[in-house]
Design a protein around this ligand. Structure first.
Ligand SMILES: [Zn+2]
Length: 242
């Protein structure tokens, strides 16, 4: 319980940093990271040391009050919940480090995908490299080579699965989804084969329910494109929680 509370508090503290990442990367494909408010052109993030930048939890521009990010406290709440879930699951410090690393990159990825339907390579790349490296340390220190083998197979299998979907339905799925799935596949495979299956199933079930609700409310049509990244991540979180 103390771990879970500490993880939730860490999430709330990390929120303003995650907001900076979401703001900076919520650009169209091919454009550089942004650092000025789109409404009033006020510089919000510095050019240098941007990794240290923080944005207010209100999600609004400090100067013109235009909305420039997730709703107040939403990024903080999402990070706190994600970190609390992985803290409750992890059985070693290095396993916790691997899961927390992915959680801290998953939250900005989900918000960026909702905002601009993209999963930027620097974030999916950092998520995969860091998660795999930390899982490798967890396997070495915990003498769990079998877990690491499952993680590697899970990463390849899930990335290939989403890659095939992206090739079959190029409009519905981007190449960011297979890249993200390499990270979630590694974590789910590390936990168990069962988690790999149930996490993937949960992603499609959640996306299906959400799409159905949008259709029923006439907020979407059958040809609308949902961002799949948040559902891949929510399905993974659900499998980690259970
Ligand atoms: Zn502004």
């Amino acid at each position: 319980m103390p771990w879970i509370i500490a993880a939730a508090v860490a999430g709330v503290i990390a929120g303003p940093r995650i907001r900076a990442s979401v703001f900076s990367r919520s650009t169209e494909s091919g454009l550089p990271p942004r650092h000025a408010c789109p409404a009033c052109d006020q510089e919000i993030l510095p050019d240098r040391w941007r990794w240290r930048a923080l944005l207010p939890v209100t999600g609004r521009c400090p100067r013109c009050r235009a909305r420039i990010g997730p709703y107040p406290l939403l990024a903080e709440l999402a990070t706190g919940v994600a970190l609390a879930v992985v803290a409750a699951r992890a059985s070693s410090v290095w396993e916790l480090a691997a899961l927390a690393w992915l959680a801290l990159l998953a939250v900005p990825l989900a918000f960026i995908d909702v905002a601009v339907r993209r999963l930027p390579n620097p974030l999916t790349g950092a998520a995969f490299a860091g998660t795999l490296a930390l899982l490798a340390v967890a396997a070495l220190t915990g003498h769990q080579p079998g877990h690491l083998g499952r993680a590697a197979i899970g990463a390849v299998a899930l990335a290939c699965f989403y890659l095939v979907l992206a090739v079959i339905r190029p409009g519905g799925l981007g190449l960011g989804d297979p890249k993200l799935a390499a990270s979630t596949g590694a974590v789910l495979g590390w936990i168990s084969w069962q988690a790999l299956l149930s996490g993937t199933f949960a992603a499609f079930a959640l996306a299906g329910v959400y799409g159905g609700v949008l259709l029923a409310l006439h907020r979407a049509t059958r040809t609308s494109h949902l961002p799949l990244g948040p559902f891949i991540l929510l399905g993974t979180l659900a499998a980690i929680a259970l």
